[in-house]
Design a protein around this ligand. Structure first.
Ligand code: AMX
Length: 460
């Protein structure tokens, strides 16, 4: 089901591997090449196909959370209900084959995914390293942000802190400053890109500071190492730099959580706020607060909490029957099974499968009772959810698996897990911000209707 796609074969057959060694362009250089083509494509879509119909708007869309309504332009990725996510046409497996890893590592890194999302091109090794260095050079937090974060109560949820830190970083926004000076619309994207790179660069230091303040206060946080990739530095600042397997897991996790097309709550919120010309910092801070809901990104903390209470009640060697019974109890008490179901997907999430595959290569993970429990739950839950008959997708989403590996490697504070998701989702949301400006997308303003207005329309 999650086979390598034709696009990888195309990349390789075009001698891409050779070109990959040669090119040393910056991401800005590549964007300057690709933007005019996309602008032309949009112009043609508007002028030649502006009235083409992509689907009907039904009452069920309006009252049902707009599920399935094709109403948004998002370039970096498209989610297929059965096959899962494709980043510019490439599956996760495709990306694992061609996107550069960290020196000495195997997993995709944030930089190469960001490059792919932004440009639609696979970066060379040299281009990836160059971007890593740029991010590391720009990664230190301004002092006022350190003071702000240090002043917050450690009982304040880490996601609330992350959103506050990101929003406050807009003090630095080049986009906002340039807008105030009256730059031309055609120049927006260059400032948007500058802000996006600066924000991405600072996210690890911000997110790590929140972690250290809450869970490990008083110990000095290591300085950014200019020779490390973004996530290598993040792991280091969290205090896990000597844990190679956790660092590799974080790389994979952050790369594959980076984008999941545009309709999900965090991506859509960020895009909506960005469409008002609020700068990338404010736009992404808004997206983070959508991510902080338990039906969205917070599900990763909820999954682990739920699996651990199952483990606490039933012990380590839990049978499939016991899990089945526990699942029914959860459902009958009116709760959702966290980590299962999806607004678009109708198959096991390939991100879940990729994280499971990571576990399969490490005996210490396979032997861990909580990792085993996640796997066993996967063997039982789809049938139970099908029998329950409510959810349209009885299969696991990415969050069913994401927390147990963090837990195994010592990152046990699951209230923090959504922050890691937050660092990751910046890749896609910031990409969209840049493209929305490059394409001159307008402020979003869908039409809303009252129930009376709907009834009137139906009668007409
Ligand atoms: N357990 C129990 N019931 C579920 C369910 C689950 N995992 N998933 C969906 N349902 C229920 C819904 O609550 C809804 O019930 P209702 O008719 O009484 O309101 C019904 O099934 C139909 O829902 P749906 O169309 O299948 O899903 P949706 O698009 O409305 O919601 C999602 C999608 C993810 C919010 C939902 O499946 C859910 O709540 N899952 C559990 C939380 C979770 O894992 N969230 C993470 C998603 C991935 C992410 O964003 N990180």
């Amino acid at each position: 089901m999650f086979k390598s796609s034709a696009s990888t074969t195309r990349y390789l057959s075009r001698g891409f591997a050779q070109r990959r060694l040669a090119s040393t362009k910056t991401v800005r250089d590549v964007l300057e090449e690709v933007i005019p083509k996309k602008q032309l494509q949009l112009k043609q879509l508007k002028t030649e196909h502006g009235q083409a119909v992509l689907g009907d708007v039904k009452v069920e869309h309006v009252v049902g959370g707009m599920r399935g309504l094709k109403a948004m332009l998002w370039e970096a990725s498209v989610l297929d209900p059965n096959e899962g996510i494709r980043f510019h046409g490439m599956t996760i497996q495709d990306c694992q084959k061609v996107l550069p890893a960290a020196p000495g590592g195997k997993e995709i890194i944030a930089e190469s995914m960001f490059w792919l999302l932004l440009t639609g091109k696979v970066p060379t090794e040299a281009e990836t390293r160059q971007l890593s260095r740029e991010l590391a050079e720009k990664g230190e937090l301004p002092e006022y942000i350190e003071k702000l974060i240090d002043s917050l109560p450690t009982t304040l949820h880490p996601m609330t802190q992350l959103g506050m830190g990101v929003a406050a970083l807009n003090h630095e926004s080049k986009f906002q400053a340039a807008y105030e000076q009256g730059i031309k619309k055609s120049e927006y994207w260059t400032y948007a890109l500058e802000d996006s790179i600066n924000l991405l660069a600072r996210l690890p230091a911000l997110a790590a500071r929140i972690y250290r303040n809450i869970y490990n206060p008083g110990k000095p946080i290591p300085k950014i190492n200019k020779d490390l990739d973004l996530v290598g530095n993040y792991a280091n600042m969290l205090g896990f730099g000597d844990n190679y397997d956790l660092t590799e897991y974080l790389r994979l996790y952050i790369a594959i959580h980076g984008d999941h097309e545009g309709g999900n709550a965090s991506a859509h919120t960020s895009h909506l706020v960005g469409s008002t010309l609020a700068d990338p910092y404010l736009s992404y801070a808004a997206g983070l607060y959508a991510l902080a809901g338990p039906l969205h990104g917070l599900a990763n903390q909820e999954v682990l909490r739920w699996q651990m209470s199952m483990q606490k009640e039933l012990g380590d060697n839990i049978s499939h029957d016991h899990i089945r019974e526990y699942l029914w109890r959860t459902l009958k008490s009116g709760q959702v099974v966290p980590g299962y179901g999806h607004g678009v997907l109708r198959n096991p999430d390939p991100r879940f499968m990729a994280l499971q595959e990571f576990c399969e290569t490490r005996p210490e993970l396979l032997a861990d009772p909580i990792v085993q429990l996640v796997k066993k739950t996967y063997e039982v839950a789809p049938a139970v959810l099908k029998e329950h008959g409510k959810t349209k997708n009885p299969y696991p989403n990415v969050d069913a698996a994401s927390g147990c590996v963090l837990y195994h490697y010592g990152l046990t504070q699951f209230k923090y897990y959504t922050v890691i998701f937050g660092v990751s989702r910046a890749l896609g949301c910031l990409t969209q911000y840049v493209w929305a400006k490059a394409l001159g997308l307008p402020i979003e303003r869908p039409k809303s209707l009252s129930m009376d207005a709907i009834e009137k329309l139906i009668k007409q």
